[in-house]
Design a protein around this ligand. Structure first.
Ligand code: ADP
Ligand code: TRP
Length: 336
């Protein structure tokens, strides 16, 4: 098996929403279709347990995320689609990397620092309160995800850039200590990808409970769209499309001629109710077919399990021999 030209992980803590699709799933599926490039996509369920201690939620999310990617057209034969916990080599590598990673580097990680800051804001005496070793070591697990497959390009959101830089630092340290085993991964952040807002106007995020899940029923999808915040301009007044949440979502799904037309309608004055209906119809049209596929898949967990198991088998064709080499390089091998 070949190393990963492209690799990314999806944390399994919730139901995929429009933002996840536009920001992560759609560009990844597009890349997975590129000829001569091998993409690795995985469900980061060991990452999920850092933030989420609700087992039933993780089980549900794992199935939902996998079904979503497949329903939206991920080619699971061409790319490698697997579950992190099916690759035990990743955890072995995590420990090996832990032993060469300085604690100082981890002290600088954003997620850890954000928790310290929160404790400071909450005026806690113990600034390390509620901070687990899982959270602290998170960047090392992520480095292992990446380095295990000698991944080259890592498409991520801006908040994850620091982790890729840490993975590079860790790879350099290993290479300098034991020999050049790892190639240095690079973060790929697509500035053109829009950040969608949720129904309350904040960034659409499962942490804010403001999402529009991708595969809601038609009825529920309409209900959620009707809830999106608008201003109080009267129906016939001209409106600014550049600040409109409805328009931003519309733009992320419409064809260029439809977008142009909609801009004109904003300038002339479009009633919010009409715009909401237009957005609903567009989304419903785009999502109808994958929604049917998703609903079928979600009822066939065995089928999904098979796909993930096959993906893991292929991934391990790379990770098992590669970990063998790594172990040998650090002085761990069977004595004969
Ligand atoms: P959430 O904020 O719902 O927990 P995640 O942090 O799990 O989402 O994000 C998973 C991926 O989806 C990330 O790569 C991120 O780039 C993308 N993403 C999340 N929310 C949005 C959004 N509102 N708009 C665009 N992309 C998003
Ligand atoms: N930490 C990433 C996130 O929260 C998910 C992730 C885990 C990941 N391992 C990865 C992304 C490796 C890219 C590469 O979004």
């Amino acid at each position: 098996m070949k190393n990963a030209d492209l690799l990314t992980g999806i944390t399994t803590t919730g139901t995929p929403h429009l933002g996840n699709y536009v920001g992560a799933i759609r560009p990844a599926i597009k890349s997975s279709k590129k000829k001569d490039k091998l993409s690795y996509y995985f469900l980061a369920d060991y990452h999920a347990i850092i933030k989420c201690q609700k087992p039933e939620r993780i089980i549900k999310s794992t199935l939902e995320v996998a079904a979503t990617w497949i329903a939206l057209g991920l080619d699971t034969d061409k790319s490698i689609f697997y579950r992190q916990t099916d690759i035990p080599e990743i955890l072995e590598l995590t420990w090996i990397l832990s032993c060469i990673t300085s604690k100082g580097l981890m002290n600088r990680a954003h997620a850890y620092k954000a928790s310290l800051t929160q404790n400071r804001i909450d005026k806690r005496k113990d600034l390390e309160k509620n901070i687990t070793m899982g959270l602290f070591n998170y960047p090392i697990l992520m480095a292992a995800d990446i380095l295990m497959f000698n991944a080259d390009k890592i498409p991520v959101g801006k908040d994850q850039i620091q982790h890729i830089e840490m993975a590079r630092d860790i790879a350099v340290k290993f290479n300098n200590t034991y020999g050049k085993y790892f190639i240095l991964p690079e973060a790929v952040v697509d500035e053109k990808i829009p950040i969608l807002s949720g129904v309350d106007g904040r960034k659409m995020s499962k942490s804010y409970d403001n999402t529009i899940p991708l595969f809601e029923s038609e009825k529920h999808l309409r209900k959620l769209i009707m809830k999106i915040k608008t201003n109080s301009l009267s129906p016939e007044e001209p409106k600014d499309y550049s600040t409109s949440i409805l328009f931003a979502i519309y733009q992320a799904f419409a064809e260029s001629n439809e977008i142009k037309e909609m801009k004109e309608r904003y300038k002339k004055g479009i009633a919010w109710g009409v715009m909401k209906q237009e957005l609903f119809e567009l989304l419903n049209e785009v999502l109808k077919q994958p929604r049917q596929e998703y609903n079928k898949l979600i009822k066939s967990p065995d089928y999904i399990e098979d796909i993930l198991k096959k993906g893991a088998q292929r991934a391990r064709e790379y990770s098992v021999p590669f970990l063998g080499k790594i172990k040998k390089s650090i002085g761990i091998q069977i004595i004969r």
